[in-house]
Design a protein around this ligand. Structure first.
Ligand code: SF4
Ligand code: SF4
Length: 325
């Protein structure tokens, strides 16, 4: 489960699938405005919910979570409750935030886990690039890298250089930008996924060469790769999986949604209406069952990989858009 510390973000990525819940400085309110920052009491409610359900990990995200005025204190509160944190960030932290965060981590003897989302240099303005490099210099050893694919023409090999140069965790997470079910952020048509495979194989080979684990987030499809490529991914140590299901994000007002792309279809659900995380997951599995089960391509219906549970048939938000274009 992830908790949004803030609905604000100081970057604007073309593929942002959080757009319905985020306020950008340039554009004003999100389509479904939520409080800018989670109140500390509500954060406590969400943390207690996880502890009660014997969860071990919590994701902290936004927007950009470090924009919360009490960011280091909230992270420390999760650690005090015995939770490991996974902090999803764009790395645009002022020096003072880095100092305060490192002090908090040191005080609790934590080795925090950060997931630093990097975009290609071409869409990263110079000041952001400089700020991310400064961030990596100071705090890179705690960071795994994350990269979201949103157009067929991309070159992710720079990630390997970043891992080596800044001695980050040897871990790269690949995401594929999914469409908001009812909106139009940049994303790739599923029929075009096979066009990405060649580039991803080059990345997998480079990761293999340098001892970096390559992981795939939800929404990838098995048939975007040939059987031979799947074999090479396995041998390269990449963790490929085709998955889709409730992730569970908690908003700044304790509203809850299954995942960002399905957030506009999850209105009216609140954390406090459920006993624990399992009950919440069950709710969304039932609510979105047909979307999770159908598959995005015509051929998914009787595909043996889907029937055997080896492929979910892509992202449920794509399925929604397939039937309600
Ligand atoms: S379930 Fe659909 S997306 Fe997955 S391998 Fe089969 S046809 Fe491809
Ligand atoms: S609908 Fe499924 S694949 Fe798409 S973003 Fe949500 S969890 Fe991931």
């Amino acid at each position: 489960m992830n908790i949004l510390l803030t609905s604000r973000c100081n970057r604007r990525c073309p593929y942002c699938f959080a757009a319905a819940r985020i306020s950008y400085p340039q554009s004003g309110a999100a389509t479904d405005p939520a409080p800018e920052y989670i109140r500390e009491a509500d954060f406590g409610v969400a943390i207690d919910f996880l502890v009660r359900g014997r969860q071990r990990v919590v994701g902290l995200l936004g927007g950009e979570p470090s924009l919360h005025p009490a960011f280091p204190e909230l992270a420390a509160r999760a650690w005090s409750a015995g939770l490991d944190t996974k902090i999803f960030t764009n790395g645009l932290w002022p020096e003072g935030t880095i100092d305060a965060f490192l002090r908090a981590a040191e005080a609790q003897k934590q080795r925090p886990r950060l997931v630093l989302n990097l975009n290609q240099r071409a869409i990263t303005p110079d000041p952001q690039h400089a700020a991310q490099e400064a961030f990596l210099e100071r705090i890179g050893k705690y960071c795994a890298l994350s990269f979201n694919i949103y157009e067929p023409d991309f070159d992710p090999l720079f990630l390997v250089d970043v891992v080596r140069r800044f001695r980050t965790r040897r871990d790269i997470r690949l995401g594929i930008a999914e469409p908001l079910a009812e909106s139009g952020n940049a994303h790739i048509d599923v029929a075009d996924y096979p066009k990405l495979a060649g580039t991803l194989m080059r990345l997998a080979a480079a990761c293999d060469e340098h001892g970096i684990r390559l992981g795939f987030d939800c929404g990838f499809t098995l048939c975007m790769f040939t059987p031979e490529q799947i074999g090479r991914l396995v041998l390269a140590g990449a963790r490929f999986r085709s998955s889709c299901g409730p992730v569970i994000d908690v908003g700044t007002d304790l509203s809850v949604w299954a995942c960002f792309p399905l957030s506009t279809l999850s209105a009216g659900v609140r954390l406090t209406d459920f006993d624990d995380l399992r009950a919440l997951v069950r709710h969304f599995q039932k609510h979105f069952g047909p979307l999770y089960r159908t598959g995005v391509l015509e051929e998914c219906i009787d595909c043996r990989h889907r029937l055997r549970g080896r492929c979910t048939g892509g992202c449920a938000a794509h399925v929604f858009r397939r039937f309600q274009p």
